[in-house]
Design a protein around this ligand. Structure first.
Ligand SMILES: [Zn+2]
Length: 402
């Protein structure tokens, strides 16, 4: 950690005109059809700025004007909307041994999806699998190849989106893998890389319940424990993309070894592997999959039920810490771990209430929301759309006069 007293600047600041273009496009994308007047209200831009910024987006086919709205007092308003087939983006969620991909239009509506299993978990092996998946998706949608904006890749772990490097992905055993440039060089397309939960948060912000909130958190349970924050309308990545690593919060300093290298991380205590290990220890029998532990719990096995109740307490404590830090109005709980939610939610809820400060638990809706892998992949596609459209728009920003 560096400690300094002066001379600080934030490297994430970008030109305000680009920012305004991006905000305007996003408003029309997620809330459209939208009049210029409403777009100004939603983005906080002046009516004159909106008129200026919209012009190049219309000229280049990103937006289109719909029929005039009748019956609105004052000057007639012409609603703007995004042209969905202007571009396509591919979104890929990289999991252990399997990829899930979608090809999505500008509304991030999946036109087609595909799953692909892979054996070779080296960076080259995964790049090869991404290439095969991409080819399959492009072959299915005529015309998409020519209008492909690029590929968004979501992957669990510490992902530095700004440099396109997977800093650390314990589930693949990777460190400092330049995955973005590897895929871009191989496929000759633009690529963006994002932590998979961050990508999911983008999908939830644009098209899910996060839409109605300026700030919210996503917590995912499964093989690992993931977390992402949207704060004041923006995804919060931290300095190098490692924000939201709730799973690597140390909860038991003398606890089990975590695959990240530390000891006693939340993930090492409540992740799938930990549940299987805890069950084997308690019961004195050998369990190998979390599915077996779930089945045992549903069959009334007390050891298995205790394992899930303890996990619920562990996750509840972590969510209480999150509420204490951010006081958010919404936490979306998702991930494949929800398959066992009936076994841990009671313990989780009461732990959240017990451990949280003042009114923060009361202020927050905890939304349990099982989402298929395709939604995660859609989030990766949405991340690509946001990046790609912003880049295209920043070129257009040179054409905005004034
Ligand atoms: Zn860890």
């Amino acid at each position: 950690m560096t400690v300094t007293e002066e001379g600080l600047s934030d490297p994430s600041r970008v030109g305000s005109r680009e920012q305004h273009l991006g905000a305007l496009f996003e408003a029309v994308l997620t809330r459209g059809p939208l009049s210029r007047r409403d777009a100004a209200r939603l983005t906080g831009l002046s009516a004159a700025s909106v008129t200026k910024l919209v012009k190049p987006m219309l000229t280049h086919g990103y937006l289109v004007e719909r029929d005039r709205e009748a019956g609105v007092p004052g000057r007639p308003q012409i609603p703007l909307q995004v042209v969905p087939e202007r571009h396509y983006a591919i979104g890929v969620k990289v999991m252990e041994g399997e990829l899930v991909g979608v090809i999505a239009d500008m509304h991030a509506e999946a036109q087609s999806s595909h799953r692909l299993r892979y054996e070779d978990t080296t960076p080259d092996g995964v790049v090869e699998a991404i290439e095969a998946l991409t080819e399959t998706l492009l072959d299915r949608l005529p015309g998409a190849r020519e209008r492909l904006l690029g590929i968004g890749i979501g992957l669990g772990g510490h992902v530095d989106g700004a440099t396109g490097i997977v800093v650390q992905a314990p589930f693949l055993g990777w460190r400092d893998v330049p995955l973005q440039s590897m895929v871009a060089d191989r496929l000759h397309v633009d690529v963006v890389l994002e932590n998979d939960v961050n990508a999911l948060a983008v999908a939830e912000q644009w098209f899910g319940p996060g839409f109605a909130f300026q700030s919210f958190a996503v917590v995912t349970l499964g093989v690992g424990v993931g977390c992402a924050f949207v704060i004041d309308g923006k995804l919060w990545r931290g300095v190098r993309g490692a924000a939201g690593e709730l799973g690597h919060m140390v909860v038991a300093p003398d606890g089990p070894q975590c695959h990240c290298g530390k000891r006693g991380c939340l993930e090492a205590v409540v992740g799938d592997e930990a549940l299987v290990a805890a069950m084997s220890t308690r019961s004195g029998q050998r369990y190998t999959t979390v599915g077996q532990v779930i089945a045992a719990a549903h069959a009334g096995d007390e050891h298995a039920r205790a394992v899930f109740a303890e996990a619920g307490v562990g996750v509840g404590r972590a969510i209480a810490a999150l509420l204490n830090l951010l006081n958010p109005p919404l936490v979306i709980l998702s991930g494949e771990g929800l398959a066992a939610s009936d076994l841990f939610m009671d313990a989780l809820r009461s732990e959240v209430e017990q451990d949280s400060f003042s009114t923060v638990a009361k202020d927050c809706t905890l939304l349990v929301r099982p989402l298929p892998d395709e939604t995660w992949a859609r989030g990766a596609a949405a991340t690509m759309l946001r990046w790609g459209v912003l880049r295209s728009l920043s070129r257009l920003s040179d054409q905005v006069v004034g």
